[in-house]
Design a protein around this ligand. Sequence first.
Ligand code: CP
Ligand code: NVA
Length: 308
Amino acid sequence: MSLTGKDFITLFDFDNHSINSLIDTAIEIKQKTKTGKAHHVLKGKTLAMIFAKPSLRTRVSFEVGIQQLGGYAVVLKQDEIILGKRETISDTARVLSRYADGIMIRTFDHKDVVELAEYSDVPVINALTDFCHPCQVLADLLTIKEKFGSFKNLKLAYVGDGNNMANSLIAGCALTGIDVSIATPDGYEPGMDIIWKGKDISISTNSNIEVINNPLDAVSGANIVYTDVWASMGQEKEAEKRKKIFKNYQVNEALMKKASANAIVLHCLPAHRGEEITEDILEKHADTIFDQAENRLHAQKAVMASIM
Ligand code: CP
Ligand code: NVA
């Protein structure tokens, strides 16, 4: 089944088969990258990259990734294009479609990405919105497959804010059959629509999805413990308030005692040491966490090579 021409906006737009096929493509591309085999499958193609929020991993991994595939990137910062204000999103989409073979966008409102894709003639890749972060979770799934060999009999515990990462993890785990337990403070849970969407998919993949408030219960027996910042980009003003609300949701030594003996820790980064994760847990699991960061490159190359 070909994914050519398809947008990559949320993992919910894909089925179990296509997610597994993207991960297999990522494994193949990673192997070629590591052994120095040319894979210029996007020779001469151009990716327009729109950033309305900061980035380290996404910016560098997409730009390096398209170059390794034989193509080029054009980076557009928010102060240059002023998305949705200088001109309509539909005009931006139609103009960029005349110059580029793909558009990557990181912004706030998920609806803007959907609108951009609606008017674009070339595939659109969501590189994070307030709603979801599908590129990150594809890289996370690749990391999980590398560490455990398959997605069978695994439980992922996500501890923290029911944010864009939690939403995409629900989708990614439901699609691959990983059990997922999300622990957030009361009132910070992912939306019921996401939970139900995940549960719907999990019927065919046999994954168990639960959203609770007790981090110890979520981590109990988990093979993968995942966390993310307590205040996401755009929520900086709430950071101090959130530090108090989330203080019992830190991934630390005591919490990790509840996890499976060989549990791995994942963090999408950037990390705030001493908040959502302690320095010692991050450093103990640094090899895995930086493998995870590296896998952004390989996973996104698989996405670009498959859709562009
Ligand atoms: N994890 C992630 O998306 O990192 P950046 O915000 O640095 O791109
Ligand atoms: N939830 C975080 C993820 C960063 C990769 C944010 O949106 O800022």
